[in-house]
Design a protein. Structure first.
Length: 308
């Protein structure tokens, strides 16, 4: 595939919508607008929302449609600089030192310069994201930032301010071109305002029934049309309930795929009971649906679609 340049970035909101659609992502205009502005202004895009609503997928689609590398930093509790930014290949350094000593090289300064050179540097996601080529800077996905602690968040704030990191042994490494930065959070904790101020913000909500049906059609094209409509309506009604974990779009797609694999053409109570674990992941939620509530929702879905 030919290299793309900065000019290949979408030049309007409509082009941004078309770009996402090319990648199979069904977006509303509000999301396309903030994404377009993020690309044009070279500002990180901060996406917040419930798990499974498609935040991570946006970065994947951007990387694919813009033909750029995707660098993913999966956040977790205890994430530190050595895992996120860089570390030295200590084993290779020790071997190099032994070889120098065996060869009679006693110049300690020269040995130190050698072992702390680029060839012994292990680039982790942050450093990889800052090492992109001009015109083809990577898409840098910082996924589930809320899982890290405030110390790492403060470090990241510094990186995103100037798109550079300092390695004591090598100096400061500055990005030739800022990466396209997508930050996601499931809001398990609040992210500090200082970081949010450097980003454009968008809340990714659950899709409307119409948009979710279109997503299912695109992601599970083999699914029966009636089955897809019933699945979407059923899931939409579940989201109106007080469940511990509401099903996301990812679960809707998984359920449609599972029922299609079973050659189902429509929902029925037995099938729902047998496959509800694809949709709901907590026993209390499953028990509630199994206690007559699931059949009531199914009857409502059938009635509404028959009347439509």
């Amino acid at each position: 595939m030919a290299d793309r340049t900065v000019s290949s970035l979408p030049q309007s909101i409509d082009e941004t919508l078309a770009l996402l659609e090319t990648g199979g992502y069904v977006a509303d205009r509000a999301l396309a607008t903030v994404l377009f502005l993020s690309l044009r202004m070279k500002r990180p895009l901060f996406l917040e929302g419930e798990a499974g609503v498609g935040k991570t997928e946006i970065a994947k689609v951007l990387a694919s449609t813009l033909d750029r590398p995707l660098i993913r930093l999966q956040c977790y509790e205890g994430l530190d600089i050595s895992s996120a930014v860089y570390e030295w290949n200590y084993a290779a350094q020790m071997i190099e030192i032994r070889l120098d000593e065996a060869a009679g090289n006693v110049d300690k300064s020269a040995i130190e310069r050698n072992v702390f050179s680029e060839k012994f540097l292990i680039r982790r996601p942050v450093l990889q994201a800052l090492s992109g080529e001009p015109g083809r800077a990577p898409v840098f996905l910082i996924d589930e930032l809320d899982r890290t602690d405030e110390a790492f968040e403060a470090f990241l704030l510094e990186v995103l301010s100037d798109y550079q990191v300092t390695i004591p042994e090598l100096g400061t490494i500055v990005a030739a071109e800022p990466p396209v930065v997508i930050i996601t959070t499931n809001r398990t904790r609040e992210i500090h305002d200082a970081l949010k101020r450097r980003c454009l913000y968008h809340w990714v909500d659950y899709p409307t029934a119409e948009r979710e049906l279109e997503i299912v059609r695109r992601k599970v094209p083999a699914a029966n049309e009636r089955l897809s409509a019933e699945i979407v309506r059923y899931v939409q009604k579940l989201r109106d309930m007080d469940l511990f974990k509401l099903p996301g779009v990812a679960e809707t797609i998984d359920w449609a795929s599972a029922l299609t694999e079973m050659d189902k053409l429509a929902l029925d109570a037995e099938t729902i009971s047998d496959t509800i674990g694809v949709l709901l992941k907590y026993q209390d939620d499953i028990a509630r649906i199994g206690a007559g509530e699931g059949r009531r929702i199914l009857d409502e879905v059938k009635s509404e679609l028959n009347a439509a």
